[in-house]
Design a protein around this ligand. Sequence first.
Ligand SMILES: [Zn+2]
Length: 305
Amino acid sequence: MFTLPPGVTFLERGWLSSNNIVLQDATQSVLIDSGYWTHAEQTHALLAHHLADRPLHTLINTHLHSDHCGGNALLQTAYPELEILIPPGHAAFVDNWDPKALSFTPTGQHCPQFRHTGVIQAGAKFTVNGTEWQCHAAPGHDPHALIIFNAQDGILISADALWENGFGAVFPEIEGFAAFDEVEATLQMIDELQPRCVLPGHGGIFEAVPAALARARSRLAQFRADPAKHASYLAKVLLKFKLLELQRAPYTAFYAWSEDLSYLRLAHQEYAGPVSYKDWIRGLCVAMEKSGACAMDGDFIYNAG
Ligand SMILES: [Zn+2]
């Protein structure tokens, strides 16, 4: 069992929020990712407990999906001196808050507005507790995503580029960008870093990195061979995310929410053939019910699993 070195803490969260990683020493504390907004108070409580009475100095977002930066606003209020560093790709949309360009509107998710105080580029390095961490560009799941590697201890903060079982849906593909190649290049880069231990954006810590990379590559090959399969995976991810948030909703209201989601509309247009949008969404929910990810009873849909 891999023991994290002193000053590195992995706070594993439920799937609605990304995990949080805390790096600290006697003089500073750094948080990587802040979870989803509905869990922001819990994130703050976990962090406050962990930091005791000390403030949080720096928050770095690996990427600006709502489940990774939804706690930014609350933490910015709780720690007024907090430095918030984001990948530069979407910085202009944070400056002139644009929930559409930041993917919150197209995914049907929410993120309270926050201010960033700086950007963090691929190649940037920072030292905590005498150990250097380096940011690497990890496009694919998100074109501007970063992963953060500590070569001394072989620890990789992989965000949604690599999980123990797979990786985050490849959103740019649905928008018409050929991002599967970027996923492949990112997996190759992780392979070359040879991490001994991965702290992923979702799910538990894992050490069997070659096996996880093999699973990720096999999954990528399936998506390449059948992009419609990837589109329905991405659609189910968005539906499941909303169910995790709502837990229970009248099906008509759930369907009405889905009607305005441009990612789902694009996936339907490209990959659903002649099936109507309404029937396609219903079919996805039925498939999710079969796999135990939700339940439908009368007029209601429930989260499950
Ligand atoms: Zn993500």
